[in-house]
Design a protein around this ligand. Structure first.
Ligand SMILES: Nc1ncnc2c1ncn2[C@@H]1O[C@H](COP(=O)(O)OP(=O)(O)OP(=O)(O)O)[C@@H](O)[C@H]1O
Length: 612
């Protein structure tokens, strides 16, 4: 066969060369040129390649059977039915039955049967004369959003591609760009149509969608380096009337890490959530846009907790698909319309000479009595000044260099959740690694105490001087004496190469968020209601300087409420959340979280990484 083919090609070629030779002898115009051409080495090389390809085509493996999977099932059944299968048969059974082999055989059969989806339609023959200015884009509809929005030019009535969402189908095709003029969708001219009508055509299309567009001549390259940000506010596009296309929007909560992939538009950025499986980005308000929204929202609703726009939980939407569908159809003037495919559309108090409890006990009482007041004010509180000024905090991955001080570890939790217990356990476990700052007090030294050990004993004047100079992270009064945790005491621990563990009130986090301390915040959370009551049945709560009693039902309720409020208000500052269920487990988890915080790359505000 091969020889036949080779002979055939050579025969034709020598025939042609012979004919051309005659033409040359007759001096026919151009014959000489043709002869030269036919004798050219590159033509012979080309023919050689052609022959090689033919040979390769013949050698291409073809499937012996297109139903290998079915055959494997038959073999498995026969082996199963046999009374005493041989060792080889048993091995074959286990091999054939393994999911990998089954998947391999299934893939083999699909290839053998040429079962490829989808079959693309042929391109239309009747292309208009000005075809060179057009681009025909054929996209296969699947369960992903198309990832482009359209808008109508109010003057001309033309429909344009407004935005191409990063990572969406349109973006990955590389064929649709902002500013492209849409001419047809699946053969339907769109000139003069309302964007809703275009969306309707899309919704009703099946399989593939054919767009005819005139490409935007001034195409802007939107290839930007991503910027990473931590959201300091909540945002829900479905509740934002100003978003150009709610369907293309992305909701986020405080604390979410966002990869901002496009900041070309000063008002609407494109971003995706880090650690989320979706490759497609969504629209989010730019920082300046969000700030102006916050201002508006704050003035309109002064009683709201400090979220920018009332969050709508994802489940609200999931539970009510009709509602989501309706929303998609509610369109306002000057809006962008999402090209979405329809409906396809997160003890002991003394350890190694470090007296742990005295200060904290007194503080606990102070906190406990002030909690009710704080809880009241929380529901009517103003947005935190920081959230107002920075709705997004730019972050970067940071790996602590070995020669640098350890990061400060902050434990946060509602009173009674076990923050103090965990902290003490941790220090007791490894006092040479973990340490708390030595507190300051104005109370007189007691026999056996040393200044700098249990406390730094200072005069009232010195204490007040330190207060005036903002040296305290927290301070308070107990039985007429002042107590406080100072930044200098924290520095002292870190300077000695130890890990400093502090537990402070959440509003103090802001004070500690400095480049020097690079704090890592761990929120200690109570377990489920049932586990909380089970695990704390023998625990004792201190409610006044003299009362130390078992937890009551009211204590549990108060603890759960306080914890929820704290999380709702401060979660943007939490780097980790630890559930304090079983004490031993919680302590182990805490150790490993702290180790990771110190030794593994973590997201920190970029400003902490810059030189001072
Ligand atoms: N996981 C746990 N299982 C059982 N008991 C616990 C657990 N964690 C803490 N406790 C107990 O709960 C009580 C309160 O804990 P702890 O004093 O540490 O609370 P706290 O969060 O520091 O509160 P405060 O801020 O009021 O001091 C203590 O008796 C403690 O032993």
């Amino acid at each position: 066969m091969k020889q036949d083919m080779e002979d055939g090609v050579s025969e034709v070629l020598s025939g042609v060369v012979e004919d051309v030779g005659h033409a040359v002898s007759k001096n026919i115009n151009g014959a000489e040129l043709l002869q030269e051409l036919l004798s050219a080495p590159w033509l012979h090389a080309l023919l050689k390649m052609y022959e090689c390809l033919l040979q390769f085509q013949r050698l291409t493996p073809s499937p012996f059977l297109p139903y290998a999977l079915g055959l494997s099932h038959e073999v498995l059944t026969i082996i199963q039915k046999s009374h005493c299968p041989s060792a080889e048969a048993r091995e074959l059974h286990s091999l054939l039955g393994s999911p990998h082999i089954q998947a391999l055989l299934s893939s083999h059969d699909r290839v053998a049967q040429s079962d490829y989806e989808p079959v693309l339609p042929p391109l239309p023959d009747d292309l208009p004369e000005d075809e060179e200015a057009m681009r025909i884009v054929c996209l296969v509809k699947n369960n992903q959003p198309l990832g482009a929005t359209i808008k109508r030019d109010e003057e001309t009535g033309c429909i344009y591609i407004a935005r191409v969402i990063h990572g969406g189908l349109a973006d990955r095709s590389g064929l649709l760009h902002p500013g492209d003029l849409l001419i047809e969708v699946n053969g339907n001219p769109v000139a003069g149509l309302e964007p809703e009508q275009v969306i309707h055509i899309l919704i009703n299309s099946q399989g593939t969608i054919l767009f005819k567009v005139i490409p935007n001549p001034a195409q802007i390259s939107t290839c930007q380096k991503p910027v990473y940000m931590r959201a300091m506010v909540d945002y829900c596009p479905l509740q934002d009337s100003s978003i150009p296309c709610p369907d293309a929007g992305m909701s986020f909560s405080r604390g979410d890490l966002l990869e901002v992939v496009d900041q070309t538009d000063g008002q609407w950025w494109q971003a995706r959530k880090l650690l989320s499986a979706t490759a497609c980005a969504g629209l989010i308000p730019s920082a300046s846009m969000l700030k102006s929204k916050q201002r508006e929202h704050w003035w309109c609703q002064p009683l709201q907790v400090h979220t920018c726009i009332q969050p709508l939980s994802l489940s609200d939407d999931e539970d009510n698909p009709t509602h989501a569908e309706d929303k998609r159809i509610i369109m306002e003037e000057n809006k962008e319309f999402n090209f979405l495919f329809p409906s396809e559309e997160a003890d002991s108090d003394i350890t190694d000479g470090i007296y742990l409890a005295g200060f904290r006990r007194s503080f606990r009482l102070w906190r406990r009595t002030s909690f009710r007041k704080r809880r009241q004010s929380c529901t009517s509180c103003s947005p935190s000044s920081n959230a107002m000024s920075t709705p997004y905090e730019e972050v970067a991955l940071y790996q602590r260099p070995l020669q640098e001080n350890h990061r400060l570890i902050i434990l946060i939790g509602a009173s009674g959740v076990g923050v103090n217990k965990l902290r003490k356990r941790l220090i007791k476990l490894n006092p040479s690694t973990f340490q708390g700052p030595v507190p300051y007090t104005t109370r007189p030294l007691r026999p056996g105490e040393q200044t700098g050990k249990e406390y730094h004993f200072v005069t009232k004047e010195l204490f007040e001087y330190m207060v005036c100079n903002h040296r305290f992270v927290e301070y308070g009064e107990c039985k007429g004496h002042l107590y406080g945790t100072s930044i200098d005491a924290i520095d002292e621990v870190l300077k000695h190469g130890r890990m400093c563990i502090v537990d402070v009130e959440p509003h103090s986090i802001q004070l500690l968020r400095t480049r020097k301390l690079k704090p890592y915040v761990i929120f200690i959370k109570p377990p489920s209601a049932e586990r909380l009551r089970q695990t704390r049945k023998d625990a004792r709560i201190i409610t006044s300087y003299t009362i130390n009693r078992p937890f009551t039902e009211d204590d549990f309720v108060e603890l759960e409420e306080a914890s929820q409020l704290m999380e709702a208000k401060y979660k943007q500052f939490f780097d980790s959340v630890l559930v304090n269920d079983d004490l031993q487990d919680a302590c182990m988890q805490l150790c490993s979280i702290i180790q990771q915080a110190q030794d593994e790359p973590q997201w920190i505000p970029v400003s902490w990484g810059r030189p001072e």
